[in-house]
Design a protein around this ligand. Structure first.
Ligand code: SF4
Length: 364
């Protein structure tokens, strides 16, 4: 009988996934690192996407202080399996031109003249096909193709946001802006893919699989000016998806209507990429783009703008050391590196509070 009694195949899988199972980049900035200043549906200015300080930590290979737990690796594995399953079936029918296609393309120039590249990985390129009502392929267009980006997710908020369940603003759902920016960047740089495969790619399809309810939704993503311009979200039959206004909300806000998101353009995203690259040349991390806890002024401003939920407002009022701020910080892999004294870090940095007092206040 072997003495090796501690073999745990699942733990071994998690170990493998954590140490090298993730995808390797070709260098340069990444589509998932995109960010953009937009005006949202309520008419408020917002920074969306990746924090430049987070990009700095990542590219400078600063050790992560808040690493993903074991469960996250199982979640990543489910996401990979969803993609592979879809690719397998498209391949079987002769539709799959490329899977997990690595792309690298120039996206700008730094103030010192250095070229900035973006590198990413497109989930799939499919030949454009005609289908019958059951989904059977009855014709293939050899001159056109579509790009595919697959996201797997779960939970109530995914049903609400992505499928429109109980969503008065987008009753048929709307993609996450981070995913739109990523897909927008693939559309912007797709020329090299079109030339490689000898096809035109008029649009990408962003596919969501909500794995716990086994439901799906998909959106057609296009650029208003072919390779540039605004990122447009359409239904699969090509109708632009615009925000609706709930009559009750309209009444309460004195007749204010929700407006289409403005500023979500390739030009604005590229501008932020250049800024991010410039910041990477420094030896110290740039300013924070987001906050672990909103300042009192920002909290008031957001409250007046109608941007805070009742739960957030209550949590903020109840405890003045509660991290009630941007979700980007809550989920950041470098949260403890960026905020070593939690919500009191900025106070320590400005000399308002000593490190010792901050630690005491935090209960250490
Ligand atoms: S904790 Fe927040 S501000 Fe700091 S790097 Fe992460 S996202 Fe940016």
């Amino acid at each position: 009988m072997s003495k090796l009694t501690n073999f745990d195949p699942i733990q071994n899988y998690i170990y493998s996934k954590r140490n090298g199972g993730l995808r390797v980049s070709l260098g340069g900035l990444n589509p998932t690192g995109a960010s953009c200043e937009i005006t949202n549906e309520l008419g408020n200015p917002k920074l969306m996407g990746k924090c430049h300080r987070q990009v700095w930590y990542s590219k400078k290979r600063v050790e992560r202080t808040n690493v993903s737990d074991d469960m996250s690796y199982i979640r990543f594995g489910v996401g990979d399996a969803v993609e592979e399953e879809l690719q397998k079936h498209w391949e079987k029918q002769g539709l799959l031109l490329a899977a997990n296609l690595k792309v690298k393309a120039p996206i700008g120039t730094c103030s010192d003249g250095e070229q900035i590249d973006m590198s990413g990985e497109i989930d799939a390129i499919l030949r454009m096909a005609e289908m019958d009502e059951a989904g059977r392929v009855i014709g293939i267009d050899t001159e056109q193709a579509i790009g595919i980006e697959v996201k797997s997710t779960r939970g109530y908020f995914s049903e609400k946001m992505l499928k429109g369940k109980g969503n008065k603003m987008y009753p048929i759902g709307y993609p996450k802006l981070e995913h739109l920016m990523q897909t927008g960047m693939y559309l912007h740089t797709r020329k090299v893919v079109e030339e490689t495969y000898g096809v035109k790619i008029p649009y990408f399809v962003l596919i969501y699989e909500i794995v716990d309810s086994c439901s799906t939704n998909q959106f057609r993503i296009e650029l208003s000016n072919d390779y540039d311009g605004e990122i447009l979200v359409k239904t699969m039959d090509g109708r632009l998806i615009l925000p609706q206004t709930d009559p009750m909300q309209q009444l309460e806000s004195g007749g204010k209507m929700n407006q289409p998101i403005a500023g979500l353009t390739i030009e604005n995203i590229l501008e932020r990429y250049v800024l991010s690259y410039e910041k990477l040349k420094a030896d110290t991390p740039p300013e924070r783009d987001f906050s672990l806890r909103f300042s009192d002024e920002l909290f008031e401003e957001m409250k007046n703008q109608g941007e805070l939920t009742k739960t957030k407002m209550a949590a903020f009022a109840k405890n003045d050391t509660a991290p009630v701020g941007d979700w980007q910080c809550s989920y950041c892999d470098w949260k403890d590196e960026c905020y070593p004294f939690g919500v009191l870090t900025e106070g320590v940095e400005s000399g308002e509070i000593s490190q010792e007092d901050a630690m005491r206040e935090l209960g250490f």
